[in-house]
Ligand binder design. Structure first.
Ligand code: FES
Length: 111
């Protein structure tokens, strides 16, 4: 089993690339452990804070897929910054299919 590649553009517009990501790691865990600006992960991955909000690059959207109802409800609370490809980073777990994925960290909501 190899490792996977992830590109994250942080809230300051800085591109961070990680090419040794283990399968099963969530984008929140990855961003938080590497100090990616804008990824807080306050609730520890419980789908309850939206401080791991990312915009999935549209080219990857089909593979990532839609949020479930609980995640959507959380995203809906940050609707001022929500986009069509918004997801919670803690709910995206890396798998082979997502090797090379690109996401942009969403700005903090003002709610
Ligand atoms: S870490 Fe809280 S919703 Fe993702």
């Amino acid at each position: 089993m190899g490792t996977l590649k992830v590109t994250m553009i942080d809230v300051n517009g800085e591109t961070r690339t990680f090419d040794n990501v283990e399968e099963g790691t969530s984008l929140m865990e990855l961003g938080k452990s590497n100090g990616v600006a804008g990824i807080m992960g306050d609730c520890g991955g419980g789908c309850a804070c939206a401080t791991c909000h990312v915009y999935v690059d549209p080219r990857w959207w089909d593979k990532v897929g839609e949020p479930d109802d609980i995640e959507f409800a959380m995203l809906d609370m940050v609707a001022d910054v929500m986009k069509d490809t918004s997801r919670l980073g803690c709910q995206i777990k890396m798998r082979d299919e997502l090797d090379g994925i690109e996401v942009t960290v969403a700005p903090a909501s003002t709610y």
